[in-house]
Design a protein around this ligand. Sequence first.
Ligand code: HEC
Ligand code: HEC
Ligand code: HEC
Ligand code: HEC
Ligand code: HEC
Ligand code: HEC
Ligand code: HEC
Ligand code: HEC
Length: 369
Amino acid sequence: MISFVRGGVSFLNISMRVRFICYAFIFFLIFSLTAEGSQSIITLNYSPDMTVMEFDLLGISISVRQGSADLIEIRVNNRKKLNIIPRRKFECFSVPLEVGRNQINITAKKEDRIVDEVALDVFRRSDLVSKYEKPPAGFQKDYFHMKDRPQCAACHHVLEPTEADKNTIDIETFAAEISEYKAVVPSESTCYSCHRGMIAYQPFIHGPNFVWSCLSCHDPQAEPKYFIKYPDPELCYKCHVEQKQKRSTKKYFHAPFATNRCGICHNPHASESPYSLVEPTWLLCLTCHTEKGSGRHIVARYVSSNRHPTHGVPDPLRKGRELTCASCHNPHASDSPKFTTLGVESGFDMCMKCHIKVERQPLVPYQVP
Ligand code: HEC
Ligand code: HEC
Ligand code: HEC
Ligand code: HEC
Ligand code: HEC
Ligand code: HEC
Ligand code: HEC
Ligand code: HEC
């Protein structure tokens, strides 16, 4: 009996063990398959999830397990932005960001089949659009340069500024010496290998960045490293002395200018628009003064016509430029309360700067000379 029970026990034990081993094996199989299928092909080295950015470009670095993917697709808010054929162990790229939330999906494919995907959520802040001024809960700025990055230093040999980064500029002579500046080799800048996308492809590059003089604004000794107190007009006035002087003589200040937020309207790096504006002038002004796009406000007081062009026609006074809000208003400050330009006292005198008075028909029709 005892031996039977014993035998029974040991029989049971064996079958349990076999089952356990079987389960364990199946478990291992499933685990290793899913691990292979969804985890280890792409490793995100940078950037972390839920970070906050100021401008329109985020640098990303991933590792791709060799031979396990033949295409990496990058989507931002479900729009395809980049395709990469992985060749190296590290793949680095930059993705354009929209204002607000950006869901970035990085998908690895092999023979058209998805083999792995990582996603990250990035918030691009904006002073211009009030609902995007503050990041949603949970998002925070990650300071890349606050940590040692031995992993990155393996290929990006220099992570600390070198002599080549110490180019300084003189705003007085900048325009005259522009041809000399063109001789600057961007790739000599430490910042170039990772940040070139920020300025290299934009038509309007802000002066200092033309010579990769990043350190004229970003101080490597600052805490956090390279930190700039933003918005800070003193930063701008360091070079734009003339702006500071102009300001001191004016009576009326435009609200966003009065609050010292140059960065609401200007991008300190580069832009699609002249004057390094974050949007072309007309769109920029309409972000806050939506109804003025109709042009109604210009003519309402003077003529029965119900609209005046505010863009899309040549500016009669500024050759080669388009008529915009800035043709009649100084975006910064002025001696008149509505910031009208052209050095006139009344709105009516202003009309006459561009229009020829027609005999006996002083107001209608207007003709532009
Ligand atoms: C194995 C070498 C290697 C490593 C390691 C590496 N990079 Fe790169 N990285 C490159 C190369 C090469 C380029 C230039 C890419 C090109 O020419 O297409 C580059 C470019 C970049 C760019 C600019 C991409 C663009 O197109 O705008 C960023 C940002 C970047 N790297 C960040 C990083 C970060 C962050 C790390 C560390 C987590 C890192 N890299 C580690 C090789 C590497
Ligand atoms: C190894 C690549 C690499 C190099 C080289 C590099 N950066 Fe960065 N930097 C990054 C990445 C990645 C970020 C964070 C995401 C982004 O801005 O794309 C960043 C962020 C920053 C920031 C925002 C604050 C922060 O720490 O996140 C500043 C400012 C900055 N870099 C300035 C510079 C300047 C100036 C240089 C040259 C002296 C430089 N960087 C060189 C990769 C690099
Ligand atoms: C005229 C001043 C100025 C110059 C020159 C300048 N920057 Fe900046 N940069 C700023 C300001 C202002 C910010 C916003 C700081 C903030 O709010 O954290 C900034 C932010 C950044 C950021 C953070 C990006 C983000 O979206 O959060 C990076 C990266 C950066 N600068 C890189 C550079 C590089 C590289 C250069 C040289 C090509 C450069 N900067 C030259 C003023 C400047
Ligand atoms: C290190 C010096 C320096 C600093 C700091 C600087 N700028 Fe500039 N900025 C320049 C130079 C140089 C030019 C090109 C001038 C030229 O072409 O004659 C320029 C041009 C501009 C222009 C275009 C002017 C034009 O007539 O086309 C604007 C707008 C501007 N800067 C705004 C700013 C703002 C806003 C800041 C602060 C965030 C700033 N700058 C900080 C040097 C600087
Ligand atoms: C409300 C938006 C806005 C703000 C805020 C703003 N600017 Fe401007 N700025 C503009 C526009 C628009 C132009 C182009 C005007 C034109 O088309 O004639 C301009 C032109 C400039 C120019 C070149 C033309 C000139 O007037 O000499 C400089 C330099 C400049 N801004 C610097 C600054 C500085 C410095 C600050 C912060 C103290 C600032 N801006 C704040 C909208 C703005
Ligand atoms: C970030 C928002 C913002 C932007 C961008 C902006 N403004 Fe303004 N603007 C204001 C605020 C706020 C006031 C003050 C509130 C008021 O009096 O209506 C103001 C006032 C004005 C006034 C005087 C209004 C009055 O009744 O006294 C004029 C004119 C004006 N802005 C023109 C412009 C032009 C031209 C542009 C584009 C170059 C522009 N604004 C861009 C926010 C903005
Ligand atoms: C052709 C000249 C001209 C253009 C272009 C123009 N404005 Fe005006 N704007 C005026 C005049 C004139 C006034 C009235 C000034 C006064 O009453 O002293 C005015 C007044 C304003 C006011 C004050 C509020 C009001 O209704 O009186 C704002 C804000 C304003 N303009 C914004 C804009 C914006 C934004 C644009 C571009 C979409 C623009 N303006 C284009 C001439 C112009
Ligand atoms: C900076 C130059 C400028 C100023 C200042 C200006 N205008 Fe004009 N105006 C124009 C231009 C450009 C046109 C378009 C002409 C065309 O379409 O060929 C125009 C067109 C008009 C029209 C015809 C609109 C239509 O229905 O097509 C009227 C009316 C008019 N302006 C009235 C005024 C009045 C009133 C003022 C003063 C408050 C004024 N303008 C100030 C440049 C200006």
